[in-house]
Ligand binder design. Structure first.
Ligand code: ADP
Ligand code: ZN
Length: 430
């Protein structure tokens, strides 16, 4: 099923022609209207006429998160403020947040892209979507909300937390799909298990749209098994509308990135040079249709790979692989670089373990992995636990070449955060 068959299955050559037109138009508009880009273009000796092919995108300057903060609140607007109809921000962990403006057309486009994603997953009018993301300045909930309404779904703006109420809503309104972070989905699975609710018998859930933070294939399988539904990986970032940038089709092998709206590059995070297809690097995105706040070559910091082969579903928009991590999340201990997801992959593949973990770094690069036991795996037998502990430590050492200390803790004892999960506690920098 397609929401917009013509665009979703467009021939590559036609899609690339469309991309070039839209890129040229975007560059011309920012050159006329956005002083920030005017200065960057002048510094690089670039004029919009230099852009003759898609490959010329490399002549454009990058835009970074720091640029968004430095131009806060309205330095990157390309329309009069009166034409902006919505404001979102992206969480400012340090200092000012990033402010993102949407024109009416931008709001419509964001909903259109979500509609494509949901219909791609098999959703249709009549589905009931329980939206378990934070409503507010964050793009996650609202952008999904309006996209699902466009499809004709009944949308329940539940917001996160309060699992009792989530369950009641699911039962009373026969929720067929949820939109949640992976950490909340796992937490909710635990909650159902403790209450003795069998979702396959007592709920109508069929799909979960899971994103907003990195998670692994093993975590996906764990959520699917525990909730009895199919998980679709959903990728987005506030700087590019929020959710709806890239999304899995029923093949569940990489996420189609909507290339008529975003021009995609994968670069080496240190040199900025393009990496060959199939190699891992940082995702860089240029908006092709954005009115209020076009962004050129935005450095997402997300590490992924392009899957260039055509997809069996018939869509021609290329897929990106599950995000391996954020370049800012990369950890270094004893000279080894790794992402928290490499540890997660190992933990979530072990049935004796539960669904929450925490990576602690302290002292002279001491790495400790605290992980909850599964409800069933907690029989308290000391020699069992010792064997499990060394199995986990050995598996992690085989992957990272650093041997951690492993703490097995009872189910439900590690902290749970309402928004995005915090998986790493780095005490070295305190
Ligand atoms: P913030 O930067 O404040 O977390 P956003 O809410 O815009 O703001 O989050 C976007 C980021 O969330 C992405 O850049 C990416 O790192 C992460 N993210 C979103 N969806 C996924 C996903 N499906 N898999 C992995 N990471 C994701
Ligand atoms: Zn596909």
């Amino acid at each position: 099923m397609y929401w917009n068959r013509e665009i979703e299955t467009m021939e590559r050559a036609a899609l690339e022609t469309l991309q070039l037109q839209r890129l040229q138009d975007t560059v011309l508009r920012v050159a006329q209207r956005v002083p920030f880009y005017q200065e960057r273009f002048a510094a690089a000796g670039f004029t919009p006429d230099d852009l003759r092919s898609l490959a010329d995108v490399r002549r454009l300057p990058f835009t970074t998160g720091a640029d968004l903060r430095a131009t806060y609140p309205a330095g990157l607007l390309a329309v009069p403020l009166d034409d902006a109809v919505r404001l979102h921000t992206s969480s400012g962990t340090t200092g000012k947040p990033k402010a993102l403006y949407f024109s009416r057309q931008d709001v419509d486009h964001a909903a259109e892209l979500i509609a494509r994603c949901l219909v791609m997953s098999g959703m249709h009018a009549g589905d009931v979507l329980q939206n378990i993301m934070t409503y507010g300045l964050f793009t996650g909930a609202l952008v999904m909300h309006y996209g699902a309404e466009k499809v004709g779904c009944l949308v329940i703006p539940a917001g996160p937390g309060n699992s009792e109420r989530q369950l009641m809503l699911m039962q009373d309104f026969r929720t067929t799909a949820i939109h949640a972070t992976p950490s909340y989905a796992l937490y909710f699975a635990d909650f159902l298990e403790k209450k003795g609710v069998d979702p396959r018998k007592e709920l109508s859930l069929r799909r979960a749209f899971v994103g907003a933070e990195p998670y692994t294939e093993e975590t996906r399988r764990k959520i699917e098994a525990a909730l009895g539904l199919q998980v679709f990986n959903s990728y987005g970032l506030s700087e590019m509308n929020g959710p709806g940038v890239a999304f899995e089709c029923p093949q569940q092998h990489g996420m189609h990135l909507w290339e008529d709206h975003f021009l995609l590059e994968i670069i080496h995070p240190e040199t900025g040079d393009p990496v060959p297809d199939g190699e891992q690097g940082e995702l860089v995105l240029t908006t092709l249709c954005r009115e209020a706040m076009p962004l050129l070559r935005y450095r997402t910091r997300d590490i992924t790979t392009v899957l260039p082969e055509p997809c069996a579903c018939g869509r021609t928009h290329r897929r990106i692989q599950r995000i391996a991590g954020r370049s800012d999340d990369m950890l270094i201990a004893r000279g080894v670089n790794f992402y928290p997801q490499q540890i997660e992959s190992i933990l979530m593949g072990m049935p004796a373990l539960g669904r929450n973990y925490l990576i602690v770094l302290e002292g002279l690069d001491e790495l400790t992995v605290k992980v909850e036991l599964a409800e069933a795996g907690f029989d308290g037998q000391v020699e069992h636990l010792a064997r499990l502990q060394s199995r986990i430590a050995d598996s992690i050492r085989a992957e990272l070449l650093v041997k951690p200390k492993v703490d097995l803790v009872p189910p439900g004892t590690l902290p749970v955060s309402e928004g995005k999960a915090k998986r790493v506690l780095d005490k070295r920098s305190l």
